[in-house]
Write a protein that binds this ligand. Structure first.
Ligand code: FES
Length: 160
């Protein structure tokens, strides 16, 4: 791509072109391409799946199938705050399911999804190494422990 063209094109797309160039002659490079595309965009938008399809000459349906098969790939943007709800053994036995229910209700979001207002993304995880504080959630990098469902509205209110 010439320098003038680079200035006209979305910088993320320029980076994506560089990824395509890097894997141009590599067979079976779909996973690393998807990983690097997700690093660039934060998730895998539909138009990016189409660009990957053109570059790899693989059908969009196949790329979509791979992107939805692996939990590491996201097809929707990440919210402003990421809630990681631990449902490892300790958190599970100490009432994690009720805390999860309260989060889903208060944040209007389900596991692996982002709320419509873009405020929260929820992911269920297995043990974040704070079992002594079970049940535990982390929001961004803040850990909240020894939770009961009733505390959730007040905690979530701290995150705009
Ligand atoms: S099981 Fe939840 S922090 Fe370990």
């Amino acid at each position: 791509m010439c320098e003038e063209c680079r200035e006209l094109v979305d910088p993320k797309e320029v980076k994506l072109e560089e990824v395509f160039a890097k894997y141009k002659n590599s067979k079976g490079a779909l996973i690393p391409i998807l990983q690097e595309a997700q690093e660039i965009y934060g998730y895998l938008p539909e138009h990016v799946l189409k660009l990957i399809s053109q570059a790899t000459r693989l059908p969009v349906a196949k790329i979509y199938g791979v992107a939805t098969f692996y939990a590491q790939f996201r097809l929707t943007p990440i919210g402003r705050n990421v809630i990681s709800m631990c449902l490892g053994t300790a958190c599970h036995v100490r009432g994690g399911a009720k805390v999860l229910e309260a989060i889903e209700k208060e944040a209007q979001v389900k596991d692996g999804q982002t709320s419509e207002d873009g405020r929260f993304t929820l992911e269920i995880v297995n043990c974040i190494g704070a079992c002594g504080l079970a049940p535990v959630i982390s929001i961004n990098s803040n850990v909240h422990g020894k939770l009961v469902a009733e505390q959730i509205p007040e905690i979530l209110a701290q995150y705009e």
